[in-house]
Design a protein around this ligand. Structure first.
Ligand code: MEV
Length: 421
């Protein structure tokens, strides 16, 4: 087991009994018995009641781990919370192929978030914009007085940018405050700063501040991940070409790009949820970034290298935290971070981007070869068998027959069940 502890490369992980999978993760991530038992218990209702209003219970999702990930020369087992079958298996398989040529490498920008202040009813727009910029230092100082801890940790408000926008209401000034939020997602810090700056901005100008809120288009907090997918393992250069043909549609057509990016988010959302982060923020940031040039397009890019291997890259904003919010309150989220073994938000974002690329590669690879229904149907058929009333060994028997017949339907499952009984 000593050797196993060091590597996330595990073939046939999905075939192991659940107990052995749990033991593997426990050893890999140095989890205690108490910690591992948290995963099979539901959240304390008192914790839930403090997280949101009007609580009446908790809502479960399956939690799985993707294996085989090698990112920046380190092995990761990635926890994923999702209801969609095939997603975890697909990610693990993509990571296995990426591993052959060194796994994933990443680049991450500074963790800078943007807060917006909307200034209306200004008589002299150019003059007001100049006044704001002339008082940049005072405004940044005031912002930083709101969060001494963040400043002590090396973060804080870094810059102010002023934009003048035409609107049906006339010209408005939108000031962006750029804040280094370190290991936090940053919404609380940025929103507090925005609200603190509003009175001073109104005093400096003769305008009225309306909105003062974080922007989820976090395009100053970008993550890039890259991997080379081995052409032989993919089935040869013809398959790489077929992959590139499929990808090309996502690069030119928003109808396909939306589905292509949905596949990326299948992976990203699953780890974002497992680590207690705000998946709506990540989703809105990703899709807005995908449309940054005025036309919605793919968040990934692919090309062939000189040897015919497939090179994949992803770039997207990732506003992720490991301090504050649900990331620290949710007991399973804390333990999912322990499974990952990450200690900074930066490292978590590297894992998330790599998983997004792996998920996208897996989907487009399947779509360019056997299609996705084959993978989907094997688990789906088991659910249909259970819905038809199958129990114990019957489940596997009914599911197998459904898949063999290529007709995974409830009415047929009921017929098969009657036949075998
Ligand atoms: C399904 O959840 C995701 C896919 O549609 C993604 C894609 O088409 O690339 C398979």
């Amino acid at each position: 087991m000593k050797e196993l502890q060091k590597t996330s490369k595990i073939s046939g992980f999905y075939k192991l009994p659940m107990k052995e999978r749990i033991d593997y993760v426990k050893k890999f991530s140095n989890l205690t018995d108490d910690e591992i038992s948290v995963f099979s218990s539901t959240m304390d209702l008192e914790i839930a009641d403090r997280m949101i209003e009007n609580v009446i219970g908790t809502f479960e999702l399956p939690l799985a781990v993707a294996v085989n990930f090698h990112i920046n020369k380190k092995d990761y087992i990635i926890p994923m919370a999702t209801e969609e079958s095939s997603v975890v298996a697909a990610a693990s398989n993509a990571a296995k192929i990426a591993r052959i040529r060194g796994g994933f490498t990443t680049e991450v920008s500074e963790p800078q978030m943007i807060g917006q202040l909307q200034l209306l009813n200004v008589s002299d727009v150019a003059g007001a914009a100049k006044k704001i910029l002339d008082h940049k230092k005072q405004l940044l100082d005031l912002a930083n007085q709101q969060d001494k801890i963040l400043v002590d940790l090396g973060g804080g408000a870094r810059d102010l940018e002023v934009r003048i926008l035409d609107s049906p209401l006339g010209k408005m000034i939108v000031t962006h405050i750029i804040v280094d939020v370190r290991d936090a997602m940053g919404a609380n810090a940025v929103n507090t700063m925005c609200e603190a700056l509003a009175p001073m901005m109104e005093e400096l100008t003769d305008g009225k501040i309306r909105l003062k809120i974080l922007s989820n288009l976090a395009d100053k907090r970008l993550v890039r991940a890259k991997a080379v997918f081995d052409k032989e393992k993919m089935g040869g250069e013809k398959v790489v070409d077929a992959f590139l043909e499929s990808y090309t549609l996502a690069s030119i057509d928003p109808y396909r790009a939306a589905t292509h990016n949905k596949g990326i988010m299948n992976g990203i959302d699953a780890v974002i949820i497992a680590t207690g982060n705000d998946f709506r923020a990540i989703e809105s940031g990703a899709h807005a970034y995908a449309a940054r040039d005025g036309r919605y397009t793919s968040l990934t890019k692919y090309h062939k290298d000189k040897d015919g291997n497939l090179v994949g890259e992803i770039e997207l904003p990732l506003a992720i935290g490991i301090v504050g919010g649900a990331a620290n309150i949710h007991p399973k989220a804390r333990l999912c971070r322990k499974i990952l073994g990450i200690v900074t938000a930066k490292e978590l974002s590297e894992v998330v981007a790599s998983l997004g690329l792996a998920q996208n590669f897996a989907a487009v690879f399947a779509l360019s070869t056997v299609g996705i229904q084959k993978g989907h149907m094997s688990l789906h058929s088991k659910n249909i068998a259970v819905m038809a009333g199958a129990q114990g060994e019957e489940i596997e028997k009914v599911a197998d027959k459904l898949v063999k017949e290529g007709k995974v339907k409830l009415d047929r499952a009921k017929e098969i069940l009657e036949e075998i009984r």
